[in-house]
Structures are given as structure tokens and as C-alpha cells.
Design a protein around this ligand. Structure first.
Ligand SMILES: *Cc1c(COP(=O)(O)O)cnc(C)c1O
Length: 239
């Protein structure tokens, strides 16, 4: 990690925080009500070290193998919190439960049951999760169907160790970030129709290109990669 690398990541984080603050100011929100998760998938561990040195603690990873490797590499970084932001596979549930502070991407009862069992196996008392909703109804995208959300939430409420803290979405990609707004509003409406902020306090939505729209709509967690770490290298088969 060079001093220059560290300074540039620190400046990027400050710039993202400034965008969050101005989006909050525009709608009268307290900027402390928005948590920034730095999505470090496919970025080197040295970039995470640089962000950590700048005081950042929350990092998002999409691939469990990569998470496990980075966790080992960065084991000395006290207080670092991993967020799992990629599609979940049941055979990786144990690693997820061992490492994640928050899982953003629960979208079926099957995966939640696997996480709950893994909690029992490794004696983790509880695991906070978000339910990913496919608000755009895209065939290829992860996330539960909005119509299936009430029954999925009922099923998850019966699991003793998995604790649903809120909802997450990745809207369809659009050229114009303003197009994301209606999907963010849709997630807020789903939250309101399913117990409201008391039962589902967290809304994880907004990425590099649309974070200000997400904050305006009510995001409590934004997941930002490119604006902090720069362009991602392509994914190779070893990730
Ligand atoms: C990669 C990714 C992000 C970060 O995207 P950027 O556009 O680089 O900010 C956020 N959320 C999820 C689920 C991702 O996969």
C-alpha cells in the first residue's frame, strides 16, 4: 500500500460521504442515518487496507471464496465488518455465517434455513440479514418476487437464529440514474406494507451511479464500489 494509494482512497471515501451528506440535506435527513458499505469485490486487499487506514470499517464482498481469502489476509484489522452482497449458495453457508456482520442477499427460505443451520453448527447466536427483493422483476436477477415477500418474511420469522433487519435491492441497470428512483420507492412501499420501519429498519439500496436517489428515497445503507476503489478488474475463474 503506497501513501498515494491510501490518500486517493481516503479522498474518494470523503467525496462519497459528501454526496451522501448533500443528498440527506436536500430531503432533511440526518447523514448519520446512512451507512456506507465499501464494496471491495475483485479489488486487492491493499485497497481495503487503504480504506481501513482512512477509518473505514464496512466492506462488501460478493464471492465467498474471495471473502475467505481476504479475511485471512486482513485478519489483523480490528473491527473490520464484512457485508455479503453477492448471490448466496447453500454449500457456502458456513463460511458466510463465520465471517459476515450482515448478509444483504437472502432471497429464499432454502438459503435462510441453510444459514440458520450453519449458525447452530458454529454456535453463532444470531445472524442479521436483509431480504433481497427483485423490484424490477428481471428474469436473470437474484431476489425474491415482490409478491412473495410477505410469505418469505413469515417463514424467516420462524427461524430462531436468522434475524431479518430489512430489505435490499439492485434495480435494473439504466443509463439515467433517475430511472432507479421508482425502484427505490417500490422497495420503501414494500417495507411499509410489511410492518414498516419498526420491523424492517434497514433499506440497502443505491450504488455508485444512483446513490443520491437512493438516499433521497430513504436508504439506510448504500453499497458503493467504483466511486471508492475505481474500476473493477474483470472477474477471473479463481475468484
Ligand atoms: C458490485 C456491487 C455494488 C457496487 O457497485 P458500484 O457500481 O461499483 O458502486 C453494490 N451492490 C452490489 C450488490 C454489487 O454487486
Amino acid at each position: 500500500m503506497t501513501a498515494q494509494h491510501e490518500a486517493s482512497i481516503a479522498a474518494s471515501i470523503a467525496a462519497v460521504r459528501a454526496s451522501i451528506e448533500s443528498a440527506c440535506a436536500a430531503v432533511g435527513r440526518d447523514p448519520r442515518s446512512v451507512q456506507l458499505v465499501a464494496v471491495s469485490k475483485l479489488q486487492p486487499a491493499s485497497s481495503i487496507r487503504a480504506a481501513y487506514a482512512a477509518g473505514h470499517r464496512d466492506f462488501g464482498e460478493n464471492y465467498v471464496q474471495e471473502l475467505t481469502t481476504k479475511h485471512a489476509e486482513l485478519a489483523g484489522l480490528e473491527g473490520l465488518r464484512w457485508h455479503v452482497t453477492g448471490h448466496l449458495q447453500r454449500n457456502k453457508a458456513r463460511d458466510v455465517v463465520a465471517l459476515a456482520a450482515l448478509v444483504h442477499t437472502v432471497d429464499s427460505e432454502r438459503i435462510a434455513v441453510a444459514l440458520d443451520r450453519a449458525c447452530v453448527e458454529i454456535e453463532r447466536a444470531s445472524l442479521p440479514v436483509l431480504v433481497q427483493v427483485n423490484v424490477g422483476g428481471e428474469a436473470q436477477k437474484s431476489g425474491c418476487d415482490p409478491a412473495a415477500l410477505p410469505s418469505l418474511l413469515d417463514a424467516l420469522a420462524k427461524l430462531p437464529r436468522v434475524r431479518v433487519a430489512g430489505l435490499m435491492t439492485v434495480p435494473p441497470h439504466t443509463e439515467d440514474a433517475a430511472e432507479s428512483k421508482r425502484y427505490f420507492d417500490a422497495l420503501v412501499q414494500l417495507r411499509d406494507a410489511n410492518g414498516g420501519a419498526t420491523s424492517l429498519p434497514e433499506l440497502s439500496m443505491g450504488m455508485t451511479h444512483d446513490l443520491s436517489y437512493a438516499v433521497a428515497a430513504g436508504a439506510t445503507i448504500v453499497r458503493v464500489g467504483t466511486a471508492i476503489f475505481g474500476e473493477r478488474p474483470p472477474r477471473s475463474s479463481s475468484n
